[in-house]
Structures are given as structure tokens and as C-alpha cells.
Design a protein around this ligand. Structure first.
Ligand SMILES: [Zn+2]
Length: 297
């Protein structure tokens, strides 16, 4: 059996695993980083390499937040969660002289790649809901990158005219309303005392606090409209929703399944198919491993 190492860089931790898409993951673990700096990220990467050194891996796949230019492989644009990462390549996390092949892609692209493989779907849209909103499009088994690597930035599609300020510099983006950080910023701006609570506590309080419930419901509704827009534009076989906030139940997958069709043209309604990410929090790691499988000679 051939083994690959997948690393998924998140807002507060690195997830990693070793395996392949046929046999699954032989190991999976999470390492939280101490601070958001290049040296702290390099330390975590070295720790992962130490832990898997006996596993005979053939290559490494890294999923990173942010827009990654092609063919340069550098993170471009504002990256509010990881500001130090802009202008760098995730390859720079590896020690100098590292010899195995390394493949890099956006984390949501890799989640979509894993879910496309799992669902045996020829055309998949993956959306991750976490501190930001990620999106990946997989067509015929390949991630669709666009002309410059910038495709699938659904989180920064503007949903509301003159809406809330987004971390990207625009106003009214999907991410400003439906991501966890977007919800927190809205709660803070409206002077509501919940913005610093953990996500599970926020979700639990929702049934008791009307204003909190209204803001989360607005986030859900805008996400539903965004999914409908993507389906109307692209006609995918399946839309997969994942990410930490979906797993915790911030938004209700059954409500999304029911509500999206009401915004679709009639022909699309019967064909709309939506699911929660089957690989759950391992989707990014598995996508990174599939990226290795596709590219390692
Ligand atoms: Zn934006």
C-alpha cells in the first residue's frame, strides 16, 4: 500500500493524517499551534514530520486557507486569519532540503476533492463553514482553479448591497454574514454580549436569545441563497457542506436541503442534491492525500 501525508492548516490547529483514499487514514491527529507566526507553523510541521517518519510516506499534500496563485503556489490577497502567510508558499513550512514531493492547494478545494471522491460525483461543489467560508469546485475529478488559481471564492460573493464590512475589504460578502467570524463581528457591532462565547455555547443560547437567533438565522438564510446561486450558475451533481461550524450544527442541513430549491429555477429543483461532508473534520486531510495520489509519479 502506498502512503501519503495530508496536512490541513486551520484557524487554530494543524490536522494531519497518513493513508490513501482506498484504505482510509492509518493515523489522524491534531496539533494546536501556540501562535500565528511562520516559525510556530514551521515547528508544528517539523513535529508532524517527526511523528510520521517511520510510515514510509511518498509525498505530502498541504491544504491551506487563503487564495493560492497558480502556477507560483503563493498565498495572495488579504488573509485575515493568518496575516503573516500572505506572499508565502505553504511549501516554506517544510525544513530546508526536504526531499519528498510537496503539493499544495486551498483547504476548501481539497475538502471538495475528498467529497467528490467519496460521493463518486463528476461535478461537486464543496462549501466549508468555519471562521471563514470556503468553497471548492471539482469537475471530472479535478479541482477547478480558474485562470489564475483564484476560482471558487464564494465567501466573497457580495450578497447584500452596502452590507456588513468583510475581512476582504468589500461590503456585504457571504462570509461577512454566514461565517463564524462574520457572525461574531455582527454581534459585537450590534452591542450584543455573545460575540466572545465559544461556538457550542452560542448555538446552545440561540433558543433562548431572540436577537442572537435572528443573526444566526440571517447567516443561514444568506448561505441558503448563496448555495442556490451556485447551483443555478453551475448545475453541480452534489453540493457538500462541511467545516467545523456545520459539524457543530450552527446551520441545519435539513433546512438548507428544503430551502435551497425555493430559490432555484424549476428545471434545477428536481436535481438539487445536498449532503453534509462525509469525511467530517478529516475531509481536508483526505483531500490533501488524494492530491498526492493524483500527482505522485
Ligand atoms: Zn469578502
Amino acid at each position: 500500500m502506498k502512503r501519503y501525508l495530508g496536512i490541513d492548516i486551520g484557524a487554530s490547529s494543524f490536522k494531519y493524517g497518513v493513508g490513501d483514499s482506498k484504505h482510509g487514514l492509518q493515523c489522524f491527529d491534531t496539533i494546536w499551534f501556540k501562535e500565528k507566526s511562520l516559525s510556530a507553523f514551521q515547528e508544528v510541521t517539523t513535529e508532524i514530520l517527526d511523528r510520521v517518519q517511520d510510515q514510509g510516506i511518498l509525498s505530502i499534500g498541504i491544504g491551506s486557507p487563503g487564495t493560492i496563485s497558480r502556477p507560483e503556489g503563493k498565498i495572495v490577497g488579504l488573509n485575515p486569519n493568518l496575516p503573516f502567510f500572505s506572499g508565502l508558499s505553504p511549501r516554506e513550512l517544510l525544513p530546508q532540503g526536504f526531499e519528498l514531493p510537496v503539493f499544495v492547494d486551498n483547504d476548501a478545494n481539497l475538502m471538495a476533492l475528498a467529497e467528490a471522491d467519496l460521493h463518486k460525483s463528476s461535478f461537486t461543489i464543496g462549501i466549508t463553514v468555519g471562521s471563514g467560508i470556503g468553497c471548492g469546485i471539482v469537475l471530472g475529478g479535478e479541482v477547478y482553479h480558474g485562470a489564475h488559481g483564484f476560482a471558487s471564492e464564494a465567501g466573497h460573493c457580495i450578497m447584500i448591497s452596502d452590507g456588513e464590512k468583510c475581512s476582504c475589504g468589500q461590503n456585504g460578502c457571504l462570509e461577512a454574514y454566514s461565517s463564524v467570524d462574520g457572525l461574531r463581528r455582527r454581534l459585537e457591532r450590534q452591542g450584543l454580549p455573545y460575540h466572545a462565547l465559544s461556538l457550542p455555547k452560542l448555538i446552545a443560547l440561540r433558543t433562548k436569545e431572540e436577537e442572537l437567533d435572528r443573526i444566526i438565522s440571517e447567516g443561514e438564510d444568506i448561505l441558503i441563497r448563496a448555495v442556490a446561486n451556485l447551483v443555478t450558475l453551475l448545475d453541480p451533481q452534489i453540493v457538500v457542506l462541511g467545516g467545523g461550524a456545520m459539524e457543530l450544527g450552527l446551520y441545519d442541513i435539513n433546512k438548507i436541503k428544503k430551502a435551497v430549491p425555493q430559490y432555484l429555477p424549476e428545471a434545477h429543483r428536481q436535481k438539487f442534491h445536498c449532503a453534509i461532508a462525509g469525511y467530517k473534520n478529516r475531509a481536508g486531510v483526505m483531500g490533501a492525500i488524494i492530491l498526492c495520489e493524483r500527482n505522485t509519479l
